[in-house]
Ligand binder design. Structure first.
Ligand code: X2X
Length: 338
């Protein structure tokens, strides 16, 4: 007779207990994982809307064994704080721009090179293809796990409380907030601006108190974080694309049983795909709503900005930093940059 779990329990389980033998794994209750996912965006942003559906789907399919609680809107601290907590295991999951992650994984900034992607088709082809695989490989070397599908932040536009930005010359000495990231600082220095690194958790108040005159973000964030309340102008520069890697603490990921890992990854990646559609739709349609709220929009000609980056040696500098292999993968999708 083969001893199945069922007949083993029926014939021997209670006996083992009466004999004072240790309980076998077979009759122990399955472990429940209560996990934390933190991010820097308002609850109304599609990232949090899709994440809410995602954690419900994960809880249902794992029959309650994986229970993820979402901490949106910098509730657990700034991006810098949350990255530290993710690495220490205080947070299990965290979505972070590759450019900010670059403070730990320098290669992850490569996706933010100015004007590297002409449109979303080019972005997803690269990020779901070789460029994304390259960056995830570098992230893995830093002992973090990045899910396959990067979440969208979007193409970024420059906002200001003082004046519209029409050409690169308008950025001269412009006091602008940039995220905490060497590439971002370098890019705005190359534009001739005066960038200050500030975590997103402090951006609204930095604009309100005029610590800086401007910032840059996709329309979905300008809208959901209500930056239009403290900014007047929005200049459609599309100067770079940005996305969020869905990161996991490596120890936690390795500890999750394989079947649960598969379920979690499946739902996280599916949520990313839905979030991409939501964000692209918002970024394409929010201009009229933001205009109604009082923002003044202007178009720009990308050439003046791109030429300024070239003249300042921005592309050559970062090609040297990232190296020929990575730069070759980028230029395979962007065309020649440097
Ligand atoms: O900090 C920002 O500006 C934001 C919200 O776009 C990122 O997370 C990079």
């Amino acid at each position: 007779m083969t001893i199945t779990r069922r007949n083993f329990l029926a014939t021997a389980g209670s006996g083992a207990l009466m004999l004072g033998l240790p309980q076998t794994r077979a009759n122990a209750a399955p472990e429940v994982f209560n996990l934390k996912y933190a991010n820097n965006l308002p609850v109304s942003h599609p990232m949090n809307v899709r994440a809410k559906e995602m954690v419900d789907a994960i809880r249902a399919e794992t029959k309650g064994r994986v229970n993820i609680q979402i901490f949106p809107n910098n509730q657990l601290g700034s991006d810098t704080d949350m990255l530290t907590q993710l690495r220490a295991g205080g947070i299990d999951f965290f979505t972070l721009s590759g450019l900010i992650l670059a403070t730990l994984v320098p290669a992850a900034a490569i996706t933010g090179i100015g004007f590297a992607f002409a449109n979303y088709d080019a972005v997803w082809k690269a990020l779901d293809g070789k460029l994304g695989a390259y960056v995830r490989g570098q992230i893995a070397k830093a002992n973090l796990v990045a899910m396959d599908k990067i979440w969208d932040n979007g193409f970024r536009e420059i906002t200001s409380s003082t004046k519209p930005i029409r050409t690169a010359a308008d950025l001269k000495d412009f006091k602008i907030r940039v995220p905490v990231s060497p590439l971002w600082t370098s890019m705005f220095e190359a534009f001739g601006a005066a960038p200050t690194s500030i975590n997103f958790s402090e951006v609204y108040s930095a604009l309100q108190t005029k610590l800086v005159d401007g910032e840059e973000n996709p329309l979905a964030i300008i809208s959901t974080a209500k930056l239009y309340e403290v900014q007047k102008y929005c200049s459609l520069t599309n100067h770079m694309w940005d996305g969020f890697w869905f990161l996991s603490n490596k120890g936690l990921w390795d500890r999750l049983p394989a079947d649960l890992r598969t379920i979690v990854a499946k739902h996280v990646n599916a949520a990313a795909m839905k979030e991409r559609v939501d964000v692209a739709a918002l970024n394409a349609t929010l201009q009229s709503q933001l205009t109604a709220k009082g923002m003044l929009f202007n178009a720009t000609n990308p050439d003046s900005f791109r030429d300024q980056l070239r003249r300042a040696g921005f592309y050559a500098h970062w090609k040297g930093k990232f190296g020929n292999e990575a730069w070759g993968i980028l230029e395979a999708s962007s065309g020649r940059l440097a």
